[in-house]
Every structure is written in structure tokens, then in C-alpha cells.
Design a protein around this ligand. Structure first.
Ligand SMILES: Cc1cc2nc3c(=O)[nH]c(=O)nc-3n(C[C@H](O)[C@H](O)[C@H](O)COP(=O)(O)OP(=O)(O)OC[C@H]3O[C@@H](n4cnc5c(N)ncnc54)[C@H](O)[C@@H]3O)c2cc1C
Length: 367
């Protein structure tokens, strides 16, 4: 079924609440409509923007000169639920992610509880390998059913095919260039393999373990894990709330930089020069390949861009977290991007690290 959304602006369906009109809007409530719309746009050479919950998009005020396809398919189907094979559950792309997580916790399916409260659709979760509080969807995705825009056919991508990495995947790698702001592979449904248990997976994030009063690596009841994650996310403005401008955002605006050990040494010495011998040190998380992940929020904050920095009537950093750029009500896309550019340049000047945006830009460039 197709329902035209009329004369809509993309600011109405994005959580950053910026973005001008689309040329043509389609709201797809079944798989055939998704495929027909994608195929028609591609065959006609019309640019295509696929939208789920609009929570990872920064769209230009000029809008999008092409077809905007919002995926609204719903449904959660259990294939197996037994102690031997675990739980295999197929989730339609348009199913709101947190509704699925809530159901998983209720049904005692373990493996996605730390991803509670993340906005958006289930179909978008493989795109940037959504992650939080020590969990990523790549740990539980079994397979992803997609429509391949090149082969023009439905295809199954198994977990290994998806090339998941930190906030990255094969799908994300195909965004931009000939495919525009959406991937070559349009997600139709995602199959997860979860564990049938009332206990969470080992708690893998220090602040969460602290909040739960347990040691890292311990398990807690699923509902307790979910509630603790939701509480911590709310404190950081990371749960959508229409009355709270700190949540008019895309969540984290920049990914955490993964840099070489030589570059990390440079960051350390610049931090010492800036903050003194006894000052705070940049967080370091060694990776398996010898590189080091550091914290974008730390670099932003220490480069002088604290919580709330920016133009109070337009775009500022969240007053709860320095990693989220937020719309205070009147911001246009250029306000958001101007602040992002300023912060990116400031962090580069202070630490020599080039921040990379996490959300997908539509009709805009950061550089
Ligand atoms: C307050 C807040 C907190 C957040 N916290 C987190 C967090 O903790 N961890 C995290 O990883 N992210 C977080 N995010 C970012 C965002 O919620 C996720 O990236 C989410 O998965 C985006 O889903 P969406 O449906 O809104 O995608 P959209 O914003 O609609 O789209 C994002 C991209 O995915 C593509 N896409 C959407 N649906 C499909 C589909 N069916 N098939 C193919 N491509 C598709 C779009 O074309 C676009 O390129 C947060 C955002 C906000 C606003």
C-alpha cells in the first residue's frame, strides 16, 4: 500500500528537524511497494532517499530533488525459539527498533538489551552497525534480506557478507556516489539470532556496570539492563523527547576516531601541552589491529567546546553531552553544519585529529 505524504518537508520526519521539501514522497507499508518505488526511481535515474526514522540524517534546507521513500513495514516473526538453536526472529525493516528491543526483553531473548532506547527503524540498524553500551547489532544479526539496486533482485546477506565494523558496514560503504544518500542494498528485513534466557549478555560498559552495581562481565536480568540503559541514555539526552531540545539531534554527531599509535602519541603530547602534566589524559581503547580508539566527546570538550556551546537560538552542542549537535528550535541545516565545521576544525587545531561525521549528509558537505 502506498500513501502519499503530501507537501511534506524532511524536517518533519528527521530527528534533527532540518531539511526542506522532497520532490515525491512515498510511505511504503509493504515490501512490494518498497521494491517498486526503488526500481522505478533507479530506472528513471531519479535520486532516491530511503528514510526509516530519520534519526541519522542531516538534510539540506533546499530539500531533496528526488523520491523520498519512507519505510513503514511492520512485523516481528519468530522462526525458532528453543534452548538448542536459540531464538531466530525476523523483523521487518520499518519496525521501530526500540519496540523490537522491548519485546525481546519481555520475551526473554537476550542480546540486544544494551541497545535499548536507540531511535529509528530496525532496517537501518545494519547500515552503521548500531551500537551502544558495549553491544553492536553485528553481534546478533544472522542475516539481512535486501533489495539489490544493481542486480535488481532480492538477496540475502549473511552476517559475514555485511563486513561489519565500528559504525560501518558494506551497506554504509555504498552510500554516496552513484547510489546517492542511501545504500545499494535496501533492507527489507533483518533476522536476529538471540539467546533464550532471562539474563543479559555480560555487561561490557563500565558506566553501565557501575549504574547496575555489578562488575564488568556480570549478567543481570534483562529488564534491569534495559531500565539502566534507558536511564543513562535519558541523562545524556539520548532518548527522543519532543519537549527536550537536547534530543533534537542525530545522537552522536562524530564517530570516535580510530588512529595509529604514533598519532595517539601526538594526541597525548598535545593534551599535555594544553592541559598540563597533571591534567586529564585522552581515553585510549587499543584495537586488535594495533590502532587505538579515542573519545570524540573528550577531544571536543578539551578543545574548548563544552556542553551547550553554540548559538542558543539555533544549533548548539547538547547541554547534556558534548558529542551531540542539537537544534534549539530555529536551526536550519547550515547552522548545524557550520557548528560541526567549527568543532571539527577546532579539534584538528588542538589535537591533529580529523573528526568524521556519523550521520548521513543529504545535499550538504562537512568539509
Ligand atoms: C537521540 C539519538 C540517539 C542515538 N543513539 C544512537 C546510539 O546509541 N547508537 C547508534 O549507533 N546510533 C544512535 N543514533 C543514530 C540513529 O538512531 C541510528 O543510526 C539509527 O539506526 C538510524 O535509523 P533510522 O531508521 O532513523 O535511519 P535514517 O536516519 O532514516 O537513515 C539513515 C541512513 O540509513 C539508510 N536507511 C534507512 N532505512 C534503510 C533501509 N530500510 N534500507 C537501507 N538503508 C536504509 C538511509 O537511507 C540513510 O542513509 C541516535 C540518534 C538519536 C537522534
Amino acid at each position: 500500500m502506498t500513501a502519499g505524504l503530501g507537501d511534506r518537508r524532511l524536517s518533519q520526519i528527521t530527528t534533527m528537524r532540518v531539511g526542506g521539501p522532497g520532490e515525491d514522497f512515498v510511505f511504503a507499508q509493504d515490501v512490494d511497494t518498497i521494491i517498486e518505488t526503488v526500481r522505478a526511481a533507479d530506472d528513471a535515474g531519479t535520486p532516491l532517499l530511503v528514510v526509516g526514522g530519520g534519526s541519522n540524517l542531516v538534510v539540506a534546507d533546499d530539500g531533496f530533488a528526488g523520491t523520498v521513500l519512507q519505510v513503514g513495514t511492520r512485523g516481528i516473526t519468530v522462526e525458532t525459539d528453543d534452548l538448542c538453536g536459540g531464538v531466530i526472529v525476523h523483523v521487518q525493516a520499518g519496525e521501530p527498533w526500540d519496540d523490537f528491543v522491548a519485546q525481546a526483553c519481555e520475551q526473554e531473548w537476550s542480546g540486544v538489551e544494551a541497545l535499548s532506547g536507540i531511535p529509528g527503524s530496525t532496517g537501518a540498524t545494519p547500515v552503521q552497525n548500531v551500537g551502544a553500551y558495549g553491544q553492536e547489532v553485528s553481534q546478533t544479526i544472522w542475516q539481512v534480506k535486501v533489495y539489490d539496486r544493481v542486480k535488481k533482485q532480492i538477496k540475502t546477506l549473511f552476517n559475514a557478507d555485511c563486513q561489519f565494523a565500528y559504525r560501518h558496514s558494506l551497506l554504509k560503504a555504498t552510500i554516496g556516489g552513484e547510489f546517492g544518500p542511501s545504500p545499494r542494498y535496501i533492507v527489507l528485513s533483518v533476522a536476529f539470532q538471540l539467546r533464550p534466557t532471562s539474563m543479559s549478555q555480560p555487561v561490557a560498559y563500565a558506566a553501565l556496570a557501575h549504574g547496575l552495581g555489578v562488575e564488568l562481565g556480570e549478567r543481570v536480568p534483562l529488564q534491569a539492563a534495559r531500565e539502566a540503559v534507558l536511564a543513562q541514555r535519558a541523562q545524556r539526552g539520548m532518548v527522543l523527547d519532543p519537549d527536550d531540545h537536547d534530543t533534537w539531534s542525530c545522537g552522536s554527531f562524530f564517530t570516535n576516531p580510530i588512529i595509529s599509535s604514533e598519532q595517539m602519541a601526538e594526541v597525548r603530547s598535545k593534551a599535555t601541552a594544553l592541559l598540563g602534566d597533571d591534567g586529564p589524559k585522552p581515553p585510549e581503547f587499543p584495537q586488535a589491529d594495533g590502532s587505538i580508539k579515542t573519545s570524540a566527546a573528550w577531544l571536543i570538550d578539551k578543545a574548548g567546546y563544552g556542553k551547550g556551546y553554540g548559538a542558543p537560538a539555533a544549533a548548539t552542542l547538547s547541554t547534556k553531552h558534548p558529542l551531540a549537535i542539537t537544534n534549539r528550535g530555529e536551526a536550519g541545516s547550515e547552522d548545524v553544519v557550520a557548528l560541526a565545521r567549527e568543532i571539527r576544525a577546532g579539534v584538528f587545531d588542538a589535537f591533529g585529529v580529523e573528526l568524521v561525521n556519523e550521520p548521513v549528509f543529504v545535499g550538504l558537505e562537512l568539509a
